[in-house]
Design a protein. Structure first.
Length: 230
């Protein structure tokens, strides 16, 4: 279940519940113009009225939230310069500038909400173009309260076939189920230098590393060097 709220810089005031929202995700950009389709809006008349009032006041920006079973907010995205482009019974089409999440992000949150993420490698059920969404979910869902010292980790080159799968594997090896430890080279560097659960690595074992070296080519040594920063 989703919900819409206007941005008031205070606690979100939900205007209407929404069964589903289409076109919220994008792998091309983090921010840009989008057309969103709101499916089965609980109170479309009120939602349209509130958005039209906001447009008249030049204050038409808000948030679309994903809710859990108790209608508590799990995550949300910002939309600016909202306009209603089409209304069809309980369905509304909006346009505006949206802060996107990668494909797979909401799929991961819905699985989390339904208690379907209990073991490692759940990300293997995701399509290749959804893995960045999984990694952003893992970042937003992670707990870094306890840091690890002198960590011993093991990576197996047979367990991943591309860079995104490598980061999914690495994140779970270091931080457990749905764990995060970077989703690109700069993020991996930040994880090694910041508070992402690791203060030091004592030993790294990279099994079948020749396969990984062939996969990553000249970047293999760069990844290895970053992992052994501490």
């Amino acid at each position: 279940m989703f919900a819409f709220a206007l941005d008031t810089l205070e606690k979100p005031q939900i205007i209407s519940l929404i069964e589903n929202v289409k076109n919220l995700e994008s792998n091309k950009t983090n921010f840009g113009f989008r057309k969103l389709r709101l499916i089965n809006v609980e109170n479309p008349t009120r939602l349209k009225l509130e958005i039209e009032k906001a447009i008249d006041n030049s204050d038409n920006h808000g948030c679309i939230y994903l809710l859990d079973q108790n209608n508590s907010i799990l995550t949300g995205t910002f939309i600016n310069n909202i306009k209603i482009s089409k209304s069809d019974k309980n369905n509304l089409s909006l346009s505006g500038y949206v802060w996107h999440q990668p494909k797979g992000y909401y799929k991961a949150w819905k699985m989390k909400m339904n208690n379907q993420i209990n073991d490692k490698n759940i990300w293997k059920n995701f399509e290749k173009n959804e893995l960045q969404g999984w990694l952003v979910f893992a970042l937003n869902n992670m707990n870094t309260e306890s840091s690890k010292e002198d960590l011993i980790i093991e990576i197996n080159g047979d367990h991943f076939n591309n860079l995104d799968e490598f980061f999914c594997t690495l994140g779970e090896e270091i931080n457990g189920v749905a764990g995060y430890f970077g989703r690109n080279i700069p993020a991996l560097y930040d994880c090694m230098r910041g508070g992402f659960g690791v203060n030091s690595i004592e030993k790294l074992t990279w099994k079948n590393h020749q396969k990984s070296k062939k996969l990553f080519k000249s970047k293999f040594c760069k990844y290895l060097k970053i992992l052994m920063l501490k």
